[in-house]
Structure formats: C-alpha cells, structure tokens
Ligand binder design. Structure first.
Ligand SMILES: N[C@@H](CCC(=O)N[C@@H](CS)C(=O)NCC(=O)O)C(=O)O
Length: 210
C-alpha cells in the first residue's frame, strides 16, 4: 500500500520525504504549490484543515481503513508508530525524541521561518527590527543544538524522527544566513545526516512541478 504525501519543496515537506525514505515506505508525492494557493483547494482542506503542507493519506491506517494525518510532527510520530523505526520504546529515549521533536516544532521552524519572511522584505526599514530579532533567536537555537550535539551523536542519542525534523530546517541554513562553521557539532551532525542515502533521496525527490 502506497502512502500519498501532499507536500511542497519546503523544510516541513522535506521532513516527511526524508522519514519515508529512511523508513523504506512506498509513497507518491502530490505537489501542492503553496505559491499558487493550491493549499486552499477544498479537497486539500479536507485532509489539512489549516491549509498547510505537509499531509499524508495512508490507505492502510491503524484499523486497516485509510487515514489522513496533517501537521508534520504528528505525521512523523504516526510513521514511527506504524513502522517502529526511529521512534524508540525505551522510556528515556522516547522522551528525548519527544523533547527534540517538540523543540523543532515549537522553535526551530517557526523562528528561522520568521527570518525567511523578514529577509524577503524589500523595504529595509520595515524588515530591520524583525530580522534582527529573529536572527538572534535563530542563532540562539543553533547554540542550543550545538551544545546538545557536543554530547550526543544524534539529538536523542540514536538516530530518530527528531533528527529528520531538525535536519530539514538546518538544510535552509544558507537562507537564514547561519554559517555552520560557527557551530562545529551541528556541522558534524549535519554532514553525517546529509551523507545518508535515505536522507539524500528525501531531499532529491521532486516536490515542484517542472
Ligand atoms: N506546523 C505545521 C507548519 C506547516 C507549514 O508552515 N507549512 C507551510 C509551508 S512550510 C505552508 O503550507 N504554508 C502555506 C500557508 O500557510 O498558506 C507543520 O509542521 O506541518
């Protein structure tokens, strides 16, 4: 049974293709071009009521009937539950995955996302306050990650869905103007992640129409 992934070429979309590749699940990508407003299509809103990518439809849900899931963190947990992969049962490892997944969902996504927003404003006086504020906060988050990765190979010890979530935003470090050489532990982890064939496939799968 092939999972249907509704996504676009953004960090939140890439999280799911990376996870699906690493888990060895079959999937089809349906491009939802958010630049053209396709996220407001009534058919898409039925599976993603907040008009955001990503969303999935699993034709074989937990009861055997199809199920749809929106919100990338929920999708990652769903896929971890489904496969038992990258989602440890051991209570301490489990809580560490939850912590770092929630760190990504609550901070390392929304905050660099604001840098991407303000940096695109043409009017420099309009963008200055927001850019300074969110760049400083983004750099703070890279510091938090660097300290964690100084003591752990991956965010929760072993490779987990938390790494898939975080790497997809770190992938955009040039856009939020962070130099990874300032964060050597993040850089070591980022290279290790990007060297994984599954992660590379997850970033390469087309998520824009030609
Ligand atoms: N919390 C959501 C955020 C998803 C999100 O922000 N998606 C953006 C693209 S990265 C989107 O679809 N934006 C279109 C819109 O807001 O209209 C998740 O993690 O799934």
């Amino acid at each position: 049974m092939t999972i249907q992934l509704y996504a676009f070429d953004t960090p939140n979309g890439r999280k799911i293709s990376v996870a699906l590749e690493e888990m060895g699940l079959r999937y089809d990508v349906h491009v939802v071009d958010i630049g053209k407003g396709e996220q407001f299509d009534p058919a898409f809103l039925k599976i993603s009521p907040n008009n955001k990518i990503p969303a999935i439809v699993d034709p074989q849900g937990p009861t055997g009937a199809p199920v749809s899931v929106f919100e990338s963190g929920a999708i990652l947990i769903y896929l971890g539950e489904k496969t038992g992969l990258f989602w440890p049962r051991d209570p301490l490892a489990h809580v560490a995955v939850l912590e770092w997944l929630m760190f990504q969902m609550g901070s390392f996504g929304p905050i660099p996302g604001q840098v991407h927003h303000f940096i695109a404003l043409a009017d420099h006086s309009e963008r200055r306050y927001g850019l300074e504020r969110f760049m400083a906060k983004t750099r703070h988050l890279y510091g938090v990650m660097d300290r964690r990765l100084a003591e752990h190979e991956y965010f929760a010890g072993a490779l987990s869905i938390a790494d898939f979530a975080i790497v997809s935003w770190a992938w955009r470090h040039p856009r939020h103007q962070v130099n990874l050489t300032d964060y050597p532990n993040v850089q070591r982890w980022y290279r290790a992640m990007m060297d994984r064939p599954g992660v590379a496939r997850g970033f390469a799968v087309p998520m824009r129409r030609a």
